[in-house]
Design a protein around this ligand. Structure first.
Ligand SMILES: Cc1cc2nc3c(=O)[nH]c(=O)nc-3n(C[C@H](O)[C@H](O)[C@H](O)COP(=O)(O)O)c2cc1C
Length: 173
């Protein structure tokens, strides 16, 4: 089974989460994992970036991302990670979902947030991808930062196991 993990991360929480998921997937024999960070070509740094990011997410304003290197269509499973921005998906993962919608068949979503809005992000991503996720994982900032065994490490391991089972069965592995 070949899995692609793509994510956007402004401050490192989604990056840490998605890398942990990739490592957990790799722990399974026969699973090949590629990880790619999505780069938003709009500057999202500082307070100005925070404000424009929230506004662009709310208004669903399109953003440009750096060209994706992975051959997205060649993977059995694509895991897409996003922070929640203004109760929805951030602009860069949205751009990825829309750009590759035709290639996204078996997908899973990872959402990180301060405390609320994962449901809106999942609904939005499902619409952009045109695919229902085989699994979703919501992680909260403070639990990710603390490497919480119950609310970060454990859920990441369980999520990876579900993905392996789901994607393995759909790809015949
Ligand atoms: C523009 C913006 C809007 C946000 N909106 C929300 C929100 O609606 N709900 C929430 O719980 N957290 C919100 N957050 C916090 C992030 O979702 C959270 O800190 C996330 O884990 C950051 O991931 P990252 O470090 O990978 O960028 C927002 C952050 C930003 C920058």
């Amino acid at each position: 089974m070949r899995a692609l993990v793509v994510y956007y991360s402004r401050t490192g929480i989604t990056k840490k989460s998605c890398n942990a998921i990739a490592d957990a997937l790799r722990a399974n024999e026969g699973v090949e994992v590629q990880v790619e960070e999505l780069i938003d070509l709009t500057d999202r740094s500082g307070m100005a970036g925070w404000l424009s990011g929230g506004k662009d997410a709310t208004l669903k304003k399109p953003t440009q991302i750096e060209p994706v290197k992975a051959d997205v269509a060649s993977f059995d499973l694509v895991v897409i990670g996003t922070p929640v921005w203004a109760f929805t998906c951030a602009p860069a993962p949205r751009a990825f979902c829309e750009q590759f919608a035709e290639d996204l068949d078996t997908v899973a979503f990872v959402v990180t947030m301060g405390g609320a809005g994962d449901k809106g992000a999942y609904e939005a991503m499902e619409g952009y991808c045109g695919a229902t996720p085989v699994a979703t994982l919501t992680l909260i900032d403070k639990h990710v930062k603390a490497d919480s065994p119950e609310q970060f490490v454990g859920p990441v391991g369980s999520f990876a196991q579900v993905l392996r089972d789901e994607a393995g069965s759909s790809s015949g592995n």
